[in-house]
Write a protein that binds this ligand. Sequence first.
Ligand code: 5AD
Ligand code: SF4
Length: 438
Amino acid sequence: MRRYHVTTFGCQMNAHDSERIKGLLEELGLGEAATEEEADVLVFNTCTIREKPDTRLAAHLGNARALKERDGERVIAVGGCYAEAQRERIFELYPFVDVAFGPGSISHLADWLGAGGIGVDRGRFGTGEERSFAAELPLHRERRFQAWVQISMGCNSVCSYCIVPKVRGREVSRRPGEILAEIERLAAAGVTEVTLLGQNVNSYGRDVGSGFAELLRAVDAVEGVERIRFTSPHPKDFREPVIQAMAECAAVCEHAHLPLQSGSSRILKTMRRTYSRERFVALAERMRAAVPDLALTTDLIVGFPGETEEDFRETLEAVEEVGFDGAFTFVYSPRHGTEAATLAGQVPGEVKRERIERVVEVVQRVARERNAARVGLVEEVLVEGPSRTDPSLLRGRTRRNTTVNFSGSAVPGELVGVRITDATSTTLRGEQPVAAAA
Ligand code: 5AD
Ligand code: SF4
């Protein structure tokens, strides 16, 4: 049997697209190989949000080229956001690549690879107009009881640093009926946790006569769905009905990933985020008032063009003021074709590195304090498997999306109560309470 290997970079949307790519390849009769070395078809599902994933991909492709030199029959396919961003140049940059496809043209992969065998129609590329929902393709799911569900594709925002709107195109919502039908199928197959995916989930539905709040309520009503997560919302579109739905739907988890990006209203303006620090803080307060125990995590960029020491300090202050439960922190990376890459006042690398260290320190301290407040509580944990660091412990996640390593006996997929005994900035420790003797 011929075999494939998929290497995935980037966000959850990409991870989910990879499940579709695998599903398609399996439908073509290929089996999954454990390593790139053992595979006949090598797929790289790429990301291009910052320079780092571009560099990592180059290293992987170097390795793939060496494998192809050993066995010329090997097929190398590059998909995802980097492929789309470099569509004019990809075959020049990497002449040994056989197939390239953007995030909207996964469905064409089967045609390019050839339905019967793997005869490759070399060098084809889907056009933006042909974009279609990967959600209609076969699916190879990594996890039995958890699933990603795509609700929209593309993004209509114009954040000046971000390449995503350019590579993923304008926003298109999937019809609510299709989304619900998929979730019902998943729930019937044993899925209890669904994560709704879109580049901007809470602008969902404007083009199909629906809305994100309505969608949350409809998913909440699906039998068997115990936990609903979503990523990512844009603060500018996070309106009252969604907050109310979060507060009222039992299955919607007490967590929101709400990207702030910067604590300086001046920088937010040049980022074209369309909210100020004050508006963000007020939103966070309204959400926390409506949803007790809500965990808020965020994304932060340091070293955006024109960011002064004063602007940067406002980011540090905002982290304290909001009290984020966690944050992904990024050094600004100029992306070719974005507005910010052409702005004056690019911040020197040395200053960016110093700022990222300082912001990480504050994020970790605040998150540690927030996690420490959970010690002594019993949290509902969805068991995922053994702990990654200590196999004698189990690992799972709370509704607030914090990883817990705990002692006890439970099987993956089970929802159990865990008493929290210890906390770091990113994980909790706990134990399953011993049942009182009868
Ligand atoms: N440089 C650094 N970080 C970026 N992000 C998006 N574009 C860039 C860039 N050019 C970050 C944002 C976004 C997250 C997914 O990646 O914080 O929310
Ligand atoms: Fe990377 Fe953004 Fe594409 Fe996700 S959508 S893979 S983060 S560039």
